[in-house]
Design a protein around this ligand. Structure first.
Ligand code: SF4
Length: 431
């Protein structure tokens, strides 16, 4: 914990970053800049990055006057904080008229003190599955080669190893190549939503690109089962997860997924079978529960229908359908999480807090995965027509209030393995 405010950072526009000792770093929530108490800053965790933000000037707090002002020395700087940590404030900056839209990453506030970089964030997840230090490139390369050799005709293995693991460096695909933990199983080339910040498809007229390309084929049941069964039987803390960043909506492939689950469970009852989804088709979710689905993670930017609809732009489904999907899985005794896109100023508004409380109660929700929202803040608020933001609680206080009222609701960043769902949730992860 810091004893004083960290100093603001700026870049010279050529990738070189400097501290400005005339300004303390500030934070942003919604459209407003705020001082961030020293207690909320942590050292930027390993695996974090710093970004220079072209066409933007950081807002800081003058160390002498205490007044907010722009840093005129260079471009703004933000921190990308690694998975397992949740950002508490966005980077505070003012955009020039011709500032380009920023790519699909999260832009948390960043500061500098005593030769270290800091960001306002909390470690929300103890699971180490995406810990930067846990990835050995040589072992990953060997693991990918082994899988490609073991499954020469499997298009899904080819996609997961050639694209996801070796090109996109997807943490889940890299863990699969190492034979551990959560194995990704993308299935759907299409989607029934049109999310503004979709990471697998961006319309050609948009200036930003998706972070990975969407799957182009429909895998067969056999292609899924062939590697899913050995992974569930051999991996530590095994999970099979349908619904990945490199596809559309998996529920559009529910019949294939249902048949795959049935086939998998004929061979093994080990591990958890999970689906990451937009939750749009509760009937399909019911069929998957009947087949043996263990857990669901429904993604959402908000617990409020109008904010959800403005972002997801759903085709032929409503916000109420995603609520129903969560309820269906609970009715079958399954584990339910929301993949909650955290945006300071929106997520911690009073209206959102009330809506989140209602959602938890109505669905008997088991877990909130507090995920950093990978999107350009100005672009997002502009696209959902939010011109001013209400009174805020602060992300940390929001978490404390939810935990106080719903102590059984777990907080994290990743889908839990069966050992956490059925056993001790606070597992010691030094495995
Ligand atoms: S639900 Fe997923 S795949 Fe579909 S548009 Fe949204 S982010 Fe993209």
């Amino acid at each position: 914990m810091l004893s004083q405010f960290p100093y603001l950072l700026y870049s010279d526009g050529h990738g070189n970053i400097f501290e400005d000792k005339s300004l303390y770093a500030a934070g942003r929530a919604g459209w407003d800049a705020f001082p961030v108490s020293p207690a909320e800053w942590i050292e930027l965790p390993e695996g974090g990055n710093l970004y220079e933000l072209p066409g933007r000037k950081n807002i800081g707090i003058d160390v002498n006057t205490g007044k907010m002002r722009l840093c005129e020395k260079g471009w703004a700087v933000a921190a990308f904080i690694p998975p397992a940590y949740t950002g508490l404030y966005l980077a505070a900056y003012e955009s020039l008229a011709d500032a380009p839209t920023l790519p699909l990453f999260c832009y948390t506030a960043a500061g500098w003190l005593n030769n270290k970089f800091y960001a306002p964030a909390v470690r929300i997840e103890q699971d180490i599955r995406q810990e930067f230090a846990g990835y050995d490139d040589a072992k990953i390369k060997a693991g990918a080669a082994h899988l490609l050799k073991a499954y020469p005709h499997n298009r899904l293995i080819n996609h997961l190893m050639e694209n996801c693991c070796m090109t996109y460096h997807c943490p889940a695909a890299r863990n699969f190549s190492l034979g551990r933990w959560e194995c990704p199983v993308p299935t759907s080339p299409a989607c029934n939503a049109n999310c503004i910040g979709c990471i697998s498809f961006q319309p050609p007229e948009e200036s930003i690109v998706s972070t990975q390309d969407r799957l182009t084929f429909k895998p067969t049941v056999e292609e899924i089962v062939e590697f899913a069964v050995p992974h569930l039987m051999q991996a530590p803390f095994p999970i099979i997860s349908f619904g990945q960043g490199c596809e559309g909506e998996p529920l559009l492939m529910w019949e294939t997924i249902r048949d795959a689950i049935i086939e998998i469970r004929k061979h093994t009852h080990q591990g958890s079978i999970n689906i990451n989804t937009n939750g749009s088709k509760p009937d399909a979710v019911q069929a998957l529960c009947e087949a043996g689905l263990n857990s669901i993670r429904v993604s959402t930017n908000s617990a409020r229908k109008h904010i959800y609809t403005l972002y997801y732009r759903p085709n032929n489904y409503e916000f109420e359908d995603i609520v129903e999907s969560l309820k269906v899985v609970r009715n079958y005794g399954g584990w339910t999480s929301i993949n909650y896109f955290v945006f300071p100023g929106m997520t911690d508004s009073l209206e959102e807090y009330e809506a989140l409380r209602r959602l938890i109660k109505e669905t008997d929700l088991k877990m909130i995965q507090w995920r950093n929202f990978n999107i350009d803040p100005d672009w997002y608020l502009g696209q959902i027509s939010v011109t001013e933001t209400d009174e805020i609680l602060g992300i940390k206080q929001l978490m404390e209030l939810i935990h106080e009222e719903f102590p059984k609701v777990k907080f994290g960043y990743f889908n839990p393995p069966m050992e956490r769902i059925k056993g001790n949730f606070e597992l010691d992860f030094a495995h």
